[in-house]
Design a protein around this ligand. Structure first.
Ligand code: ZN
Ligand code: ZN
Length: 226
């Protein structure tokens, strides 16, 4: 069926209209703003919706769990061929064209363009980096780095490939200020909200940032997850 080619209609709009997926822009904006969903998360979210809509309008009887399973197999980089064939056969038997679904799937690039070009204003707010989220990411990366170094070096040491006493790892991340040349520990710098040379007239911001950082550290327990 030839679809009307509306000028300016992007793939997100075209696909959601085709599958009667409603209120998707509200969903996207909410997920991004309230749950800090990444574009990859949104890609998964959208494509699951598409699959779900295609299945719901067919005679195929599935649970949420089945849909999840079918989705994983269709989107896996290297799916087990037999499993993929089974899933595709099941879809075709129920008049769902798996190729059509896959060609309807959205990439995170498409979603990003949709955010920027179609939703305009709303994304400029979401694009502002979150201090809290950045500190969380860095803290997590830092801990992981420390753990990986610890494990690797201790193992090399155990097998005599690193000849020394028991290794103990301290990782320092230093940041040099381009204005005064002072070198800071990255986390102290974040906690302070910047370098002394530039901070003098924004004391209130500093206190805000310290509070944010401290509450962040207190809740930072799951270091393995990034
Ligand atoms: Zn769009
Ligand atoms: Zn400085």
């Amino acid at each position: 069926m030839p679809r009307p080619k509306n000028k300016g209609e992007c793939k997100v709009e075209r696909v959601t209209r085709k599958y009667n997926i409603e209120n998707i822009n509200d969903d996207l904006i909410r997920l991004r703003a309230e749950e800090s969903a990444s574009l990859r998360d949104l890609e998964d979210y959208m494509n699951k919706k598409i699959l779900e809509a295609a299945i719901e309008s067919s005679s195929l009887n599935t649970t949420k769990h089945d849909i999840e399973h079918i989705f994983n197999i269709l989107t896996e980089d290297e799916p087990e061929l037999e499993e993929l064939r089974n899933v595709e056969r099941k879809l075709i038997q129920n008049d769902i064209d798996p190729d059509e679904i896959e060609s309807s799937f959205l990439t995170y690039n498409t979603i990003r363009n949709h955010f920027h070009e179609c939703l305009g204003k709303d994304t400029s707010v979401n694009n502002e980096p979150s201090f809290e989220n950045n500190v969380r990411t860095l803290t997590s990366l830092y801990s992981r780095t420390e753990i990986v170094f610890n494990d690797s070096l201790k193992r090399l040491h155990e097998y005599d490939m690193l000849q020394m006493g028991e290794p103990d790892i301290y990782i320092e991340i230093n940041v040099e200020c381009g204005k005064c040349g002072n070198v800071h520990d990255a986390f102290e710098l974040l906690e302070a909200g910047g370098c002394e040379c530039s901070l003098s007239d924004s004391e209130d911001d500093v206190i805000d940032n310290i509070e944010t950082t401290n509450s962040q550290n207190a809740t930072q327990t799951n270091i393995g997850e990034m």
